[in-house]
Design a protein. Structure first.
Length: 205
């Protein structure tokens, strides 16, 4: 049951959506060799990493999506904070994969790492199943951007697609620090089927 709150609170947020590349293939291989507990431990380690950083970095851990998370930042959060978190997550995952999972895989995995999508805008709070939830276009856009990185890019790990709307506020801190490219993607149920213009940023040289 979904209940709209009278005069529901509207908040401006930066939405960061991320998931682990090739997670389905990795999990299937670990299931075949009865090593799925390694995947569980990796996800718990990433969860703990997020919990340690959320207070200092000022973000809300909104949802776990099975192989990634949705994080919400205040709209005035510095781009440096968000990008340092993405790099930290990428490095932590690489360490965990190398030290545990890679040793038991029976197949070669082409794409390893984490890919990200970012949008910025208004979210509205509702009560759903007796708990607070957010609804709003930025959640949909960030999710679609993340999943669309691999369209036209065979190596999506360590990269982020950012809506032009979100990028405008981040531009001063990002230019000169990262490789930034103009990009366009077809996002399901976004922009009426037209190409959605955005920026692709590579986190590592």
């Amino acid at each position: 049951m979904t209940l709209l709150i009278p005069n529901p609170p509207q908040v401006q947020k930066v939405v960061l959506f991320f998931d682990i590349c090739s997670s389905t293939v990795i999990l299937e291989d670990l299931l075949r060799t009865e090593n799925v507990k390694l995947w569980r431990n990796l996800l718990l380690n990433l969860r703990d990493y997020l919990n340690k950083r959320r207070t200092d970095d000022g973000f809300e851990i909104y949802k776990f999506m099975g192989d990634g998370w949705v994080l919400l930042f205040n709209a005035d959060t510095r781009a440096e904070v968000i990008f340092e978190l993405m790099k930290g997550l990428s490095n932590r995952y690489a360490q965990l994969h190398t030290s545990t999972i890679r040793n038991v895989l029976t197949i070669e995995i082409a794409n390893l790492g984490i890919a990200f999508g970012i949008d910025r805008g208004t979210l509205v709070k509702v009560v759903m199943n007796n708990r607070f939830e957010y609804i709003g276009q930025p959640l949909n856009v960030a999710a679609r951007l993340q999943s669309a990185i691999s369209d036209n890019d065979s190596k999506p790990a360590g990269k982020v697609l950012i809506s032009n709307n979100a990028f405008v506020g981040m531009r001063p801190e990002l230019q000169g620090e990262y490789r930034i490219e103009n990009a366009s993607r077809s996002l399901r149920n976004i922009a009426g089927g037209r190409k959605y213009l955005c920026k692709k940023v590579t986190l590592f040289p």
